[in-house]
Design a binder for this molecule. Structure first.
Ligand code: UD1
Ligand code: MG
Length: 454
């Protein structure tokens, strides 16, 4: 039913957010590696919005820039004076005039609203409502707009500051999000006045206006923690915690094992396959994909990385952007990988840095191997062929290549390419001096004794 209906989403992002005490605009603070605004954009997109207009303040150009980065098809509307939520929606007049079946209004500082919640509001429009409001039962309703019902019909919404003592006892509150019939939205919004305690144009007055015109106004409900807004750093942390709990449940529901879910932190876009095991205390930055059957051992940190089927990382593994592990590859403890392809079954088990490299299948990279990829100005590449064996504590000075099946002697500094199946040793030859240690000890003891006497 909805897919046939066109939908304009208007996201209000012109707020001040002073309680964040931040140089950064509030809606650019992040939950799970994505801005609050980015979350709102993702939700309305998933709810089927065919066009998105973000209402911003001309004083904060960063907000519009983020909107366009996250959602290039979005348009921006500018609210120059903050005269209330209905006034903010009217800033998007041009978009409204283009004519849509549904209009949904979202707040940029409310990051946890699920797409299905927006879709439920749109269902109300499809069923004939002119205005559909999202409501929640507040533990503490102070400050919120209250839904005034009569015979379970929505009559109006009264802002806390305008409410009578009796109305203030109502716990059913306005979450702020709303859906309006596209045909009615402009005439309704234009009839909203500012005759109230705050001399503001209140969006929730759309209910009153609709009712006065004999149009239908309805509400749907969401859990309180889904509609929580972020105004300060404590609420930001609470939103993060809620998001993480939800994401962990989702990852487990899709067939991954989290041994101690409360210790694992995901990004908004982390993709985890089936039968993946994630041990305690792992952190996933943005852009990580883990394929089926992989194991992420404890205390690992991954960002911008792909872990292939059955591969393993850690404990204490670090995958940085561009790390790509093929099937069954193993990256062990205290190993850092950046911008490198690691071939199937290749083992890099201990204490190693691999950056700007490509390693074929079935190679073995010994403990303490370092790709020296940076000369202070430029990065250079290391290529290691399939089946190669790099002895422990070797430095590979890029650009350099190690041929397929070649060996590098432990402790080598490799500055020139090594041919396939060759052995390269780049270190001083070992010398042995028989009896040297006992002669040294005798001479040193005698020197110490002479100095003690003097
Ligand atoms: C609003 C609702 C209230 C609801 C509550 C839920 C109104 C009048 N009241 O109250 O019923 O219970 O949200 O949290 O809508 N904004 C602008 N331009 C403006 C004014 C606001 O862009 O001129 C933006 C704000 O940045 C914010 C959102 O709209 O993102 C809501 O405004 P806010 O002032 O926080 O409204 P509340 O008083 O919280
Ligand atoms: Mg608010």
């Amino acid at each position: 039913m909805q897919s046939a209906r066109s939908c304009l989403a208007i996201i209000l992002a012109a707020g001040e957010g002073t309680r964040m005490k931040s140089a950064r605009p509030k809606v650019l603070h992040e939950v799970a590696g994505r801005s609050l605004l980015g979350h709102a954009l993702a939700a309305v997109e998933a709810a089927g919005a065919s066009a998105v207009c973000v209402v911003v303040s001309p004083e904060r150009p960063e907000v519009g820039a983020e909107a366009l980065t996250r959602y290039p098809a979005a348009t921006l509307a500018f609210q120059t004076e903050r005269l209330g939520t209905a006034h903010a929606v009217l800033a998007a007049r041009e978009a409204l005039q283009a004519g849509y079946d549904d209009v949904i209004v979202a707040f940029a500082d409310t990051p946890l609203v699920r797409p299905e919640t927006f879709r439920a509001l749109r269902d109300e429009l499809a069923a004939g409502a002119a205005v559909a409001v999202l409501a929640f039962a507040a533990k503490d309703p102070t400050g919120y707009g209250r839904l005034v019902l009569s015979d379970s019909q929505l009559e109006s919404i009264v802002e806390h500051k305008d409410a009578t003592p009796e109305q203030r006892r109502i716990v059913l509150c306005n979450a702020g999000l709303m859906a309006l019939s596209g045909a009615q939205a402009l005439p309704i919004l234009e009839s909203i006045g500012d005759d109230n305690a705050q001399r503001e144009f209140y969006l929730p007055d759309a209910v009153k206006v609709a009712r006065s015109r004999g149009l239908k106004a309805t509400h749907t409900r969401a859990p309180e923690d889904e509609v929580m807004g972020v105004n300060d750093r404590l609420q930001l942390a609470a939103a993060e915690a809620r998001f993480q709990a939800r994401k962990r449940d989702e990852v487990m529901a899709q067939g991954a094992t989290l041994i101690a879910p409360e210790t694992v932190f995901f990004s908004h876009d982390t993709a985890i396959g089936r039968d993946v095991v994630i041990e305690p205390h792992c952190v996933f930055g943005p852009g990580v994909k883990v394929a089926d059957g992989a194991v992420i051992h404890a205390f690992s940190h991954l960002e911008g990385a792909e872990v292939g089927p059955g591969a393993s990382v850690g404990p204490y593994g670090r995958l940085r952007p561009g790390a790509r592990l093929a099937q069954g590859a193993k990256v062990g403890n205290f190993v850092e990988i950046k911008a490198a392809e690691i071939g199937a079954g290749t083992k890099i088990s201990h204490l190693t840095y691999i950056g700007d490299a490509s390693i074929g299948a079935g190679a073995n990279i010994g403990a303490g191997t370092i790709t020296c990829n940076y000369d202070g100005f430029n990065k250079a590449k290391t290529v290691i062929g399939a089946g190669a064996f790099v002895g422990s504590n070797s430095s590979l000075v890029a650009p350099v290549s190690i041929g397929e099946g070649a060996y590098v002697g432990s402790g080598s500094v490799i500055t020139e390419d090594v041919a396939a199946d060759a052995l390269a040793v780049g270190r001083a030859r070992q010398v042995e001096k028989p009896g040297w240690a006992s002669r040294f000890r005798a001479a040193a003891a005698a020197l110490k004794a002479r100095r003690a006497k003097a």
